[in-house]
Design a protein around this ligand. Structure first.
Ligand code: MG
Length: 159
């Protein structure tokens, strides 16, 4: 049976942090603030997967108070979400994500992100959609104060 889930996340852009999106480090003078590597794309995607399974959210499984996740690669969270899906005898059908960032330009990095995520999700890269848009200069995202991500996940579960 087909199930869908939705995820959203936002992190603040600050100096002195690496910028990691979709498991890929992107050269920029700022990075996202957070307990882990603050990979907003993977966080939104994990929430979409957990949602499709009828589970809680990423903060419940990987609390930002847990020292184990300090500086952790968010790919660890994604692998865990996929492991949980497989434990439920499920599999990913496809996922689709949108990154909202005024800067830097993300288009040149999307192919590599797709590849990284498809490996973690154990699906063909053609089943992973990633799009990037600016916020047309509007609001906190438009002022470059943060980067947001939205994701949907479609999974096949036995019931
Ligand atoms: Mg987050």
């Amino acid at each position: 049976m087909i199930h869908v889930g939705i995820g959203y996340d936002v992190h603040r852009l600050v100096s002195g942090r690496r910028l990691v999106l979709g498991g890929v480090e992107i050269p920029h003078d700022k990075g996202l603030e957070g307990h882990s590597d603050a990979d907003v794309l993977i966080h939104a995607l994990c929430d979409a997967l957990f949602g499709a399974m009828g589970e809680g959210d990423i903060g419940q499984f990987f609390p930002n108070t847990d020292p184990r996740w300090k500086g952790a690669s968010s790919l660890v969270f994604l692998h865990e979400a996929v492991r949980m899906l497989h434990l439920h005898s499920g599999r990913v059908v496809n996922v689709d994500c949108t990154l909202i960032a005024q800067e830097p330009r993300l288009a040149p990095h999307i192919r590599v992100m797709k590849h990284k995520l498809s490996e973690a999700l154990e699906v063909h890269p053609g089943r992973v959609g990633i799009k990037a848009t600016t916020n047309e200069g509007l609001g906190f995202l438009g002022r470059g104060e943060g980067i947001a991500a939205m994701a949907v996940a479609c999974v096949d579960l036995p019931r």
